[in-house]
Design a protein around this ligand. Structure first.
Ligand SMILES: Cc1cc2nc3c(=O)[nH]c(=O)nc-3n(C[C@H](O)[C@H](O)[C@H](O)COP(=O)(O)OP(=O)(O)OC[C@H]3O[C@@H](n4cnc5c(N)ncnc54)[C@H](O)[C@@H]3O)c2cc1C
Length: 356
């Protein structure tokens, strides 16, 4: 049998590639991650929020009871492994817009499926120094944000220290695949997993999948008073990242689908923030990115229809922080032990698009 230099080639070091690589290393696999630090990344732009109850209707995030405990354990372990701080458990304060909304939300939160994600006792939050909340609000718990740029940079240093990282552009045309192996630049791998976010669309192996990418923008602002340690969420979110600076987001747009902030998106965020905030602030910076979303809003995970040693880990959409750890483990179990993937995330659901 032919010798393998490596077990896995992982392409892309966003939150998908990073979570996957960490899980593979935990199993003692020899891996190489190739990612281009000069190329844009959704994870580097993301606000990093994890929120178990989302949307106007306060809906429980899909699979929240599985995803949240798994992600919590993964990120806590990763902080210890990397000797870094990037997890900020922070409650989400949702001001009620009206008495009617107050009644609807309070009735909803009596549902036992939702109740464990809502603060039920203790003093109610008082953010009246800066938030308009004439009807009060509710507090979502088990929420917070991950400082993804710190997580990604510390992970990159860790991969480099373990001889597992190459900072360069990956050209799919330099990859060749045989039934037993994957070859790239003179190296031999058992498998390759493509974790390229939006750039999957440039890759002939998987560009037939129904991606529906969505651009988003966020702002950093400086406030005249320090904000309390809450994520305030009412259509948009804002939360303090240090004593003076807070993050605000996010927009959803499709045209143009690029990585540049726009005046229109800034104006949209400013208008929503002005409706929520009582205090003056100054905009310090703006960033934009492209979310790797999917038509059916479920991840795109699994093995290529014809090449059993070429896999994809993508489609994390608006919820990369919550989805990546759990599904990295599911994919690794699938690739190593043949564990069935959840059919709702398995790319098999779209194989008819490949064979048509
Ligand atoms: C404005 C905004 C706000 C967001 N807020 C949140 C939030 O609060 N919470 C949340 O959970 N999610 C949020 N998201 C979504 C989140 O960013 C994504 O779900 C997640 O980052 C996707 O991760 P990924 O690893 O799949 O892709 P990416 O982070 O884009 O990573 C792909 C990596 O692969 C590299 N790559 C691709 N092709 C190549 C190649 N050929 N050669 C070399 N390198 C390559 C890219 O450069 C990149 O580094 C937000 C997104 C945006 C845009």
């Amino acid at each position: 049998m032919e010798a393998h230099n490596y077990d896995y080639l992982v392409v892309g070091q966003g939150i998908a590639g990073t979570s996957l690589a960490m899980h593979l290393m935990d199993l003692g696999k020899k891996i190489l991650i190739v990612s281009d630090s000069k190329s844009p990344s959704s994870s580097k732009v993301a606000a990093g929020i994890f929120n178990p109850l989302t949307g106007k209707k306060l809906v429980k995030t899909w699979l929240a009871d599985d995803l949240f405990p798994y992600a919590k354990g993964f990120y806590a372990d990763l902080e210890s492994r990397l000797q870094a701080k990037f997890v900020y458990e922070t409650p989400i304060y949702r001001p009620f817009r009206s008495i009617a909304e107050q009644n609807t939300y309070l009735a909803q939160t009596a549902d036992p499926k939702i109740a464990s994600y809502v603060k039920q006792s203790g003093d109610p939050a008082d953010l009246s120094a800066y938030v308009r909340a004439d009807f009060g609000g509710l507090e979502v718990i088990k929420a917070g944000w991950i400082d993804l740029p710190v997580l990604l940079e510390k992970s990159r240093e860790y991969f480099l220290a373990n001889d597992s990282f190459l900072d360069e552009a990956f050209d799919i045309n330099a990859l060749s695949v045989s039934p037993q192996n994957v070859f790239w630049k003179g190296k031999t791998f058992k498998k390759v997993v493509l974790c390229q976010g939006f750039f999957a669309l440039e890759n002939a192996f998987f560009n037939w999948l129904p991606f529906a990418p969505v651009k988003g923008q966020i702002l950093d602002i400086e406030t005249v008073i320090p904000l309390q340690n809450y994520i305030v969420n009412q259509g948009i979110f804002t939360f303090p990242i240090n004593a003076r600076t807070s993050r605000v987001g996010a927009t959803y747009s499709w045209d143009p689908l690029d990585w540049k902030p726009t005046k229109e998106a800034t104006a949209e965020l400013k208008e929503k923030l002005d409706a929520m905030f009582k205090i003056p602030y100054q905009i310090k910076s703006e960033v934009a990115g492209i979310r790797p979303s999917v038509k059916d809003r479920r991840p795109l995970i699994g093995v290529h229809p014809e090449h059993h040693n070429v896999a994809i880990f993508n489609g994390l959409g608006t919820k990369g922080v919550t989805l990546a750890p759990f599904f990295a483990n599911e994919l690794v179990q699938h690739l190593e032990n043949g564990k069935e993937l959840n059919p709702l995330v398995n790319i098999q659901r779209y194989f008819s698009l490949y064979f048509r």
